[in-house]
Design a protein around this ligand. Structure first.
Ligand code: MN
Length: 250
């Protein structure tokens, strides 16, 4: 069987003045950015990764060619999507990007292909199901800014999450306390209708959700792609690819 084709969204756009440029290179323009860990983790899980460029009106067409979707991390979501005014500590937003990724997600749900949603991706999943977000954890909940936005590299784990048994997530990572990395200042507030919470941090903050009515629609707040060297995190990508493979043969 061919390797399942896994599309990876790229919501992060950069302006060229934030990167060192090769003087021989082409002139500056807006650039998309995606951590290399995403496609590497998909490949390590047995999938064939393909990067999906944002801001094109081809979400349905693209998703029709995919066997699975990975929604990557990135900037904050526009709070207008969940009918809240912007908080003063909201980070940069890109509403066109939000619409693009939401179109990808809706198309994937419509076609019934598996979805793994990481960090911003999980927040987008929650909002698409009608949920809301904390826009800035330190100012809204008084959390230590470094607790969920670690200074250490993504390959290092800095806080635990407690995974509920009997969930799709626990079948991949195991249940109970699992160490994860953490790079977020937003989080799920009200849960979207149809989702269940599958992991929380020790203080009760939502760290993972899933749609139990689907074979594989899983969101994690941590950056599993940077932890694929750990078997329990690699299992998320293997699970995505396995579900994508069963979608091929259906
Ligand atoms: Mn966290």
């Amino acid at each position: 069987m061919r390797a399942p084709l896994i599309g990876i969204s790229t919501s992060e756009l950069r302006t060229p003045d934030r990167v060192d440029r090769d003087p021989e290179a082409e002139p500056p323009q807006r650039e998309l950015a995606l951590g290399l860990d995403y496609p590497v983790a998909v490949a390590a899980g047995g999938g064939l990764p393909v990067v999906l460029p944002p801001h094109l009106d081809v979400a349905d067409e693209l998703v029709a060619r995919l066997d699975g979707l990975l929604l990557s991390g990135g900037h904050d979501l526009d709070p207008a999507l969940y009918a809240r005014p912007p908080h003063p500590d909201l980070g940069p937003i890109d509403p066109a990007n939000d619409r693009w990724e939401m179109a990808l997600l809706r198309a994937a749900l419509e076609r019934g292909i598996p979805v793994l949603a990481i960090c911003r991706g999980m927040q987008l999943l929650n909002v698409t199901y009608g949920g809301t977000l904390y826009q800035d954890l330190p100012s809204e909940l008084g959390t230590d800014p470094e607790l969920h936005r670690q200074k250490a590299r993504g390959s290092q784990v800095t806080h635990d999450v407690i995974v509920d048994s009997g969930t799709g997530l626990s079948r991949l990572t195991g249940s109970g306390e699992r160490p994860v990395n953490s790079f977020h200042h937003q989080a799920v507030e009200e849960l979207g209708s149809g989702l269940v919470i599958t992991a929380r941090d020790p203080e009760g903050l939502v760290e993972a959700v899933e749609d139990p009515s689907r074979e594989f629609v899983i969101g994690v707040q941590w950056h599993a792609e940077s932890l694929y060297a750990r078997d329990e995190q690699l299992a998320l990508f293997q699970g995505l690819v396995a579900a994508a493979g069963s979608a091929i043969t259906r």
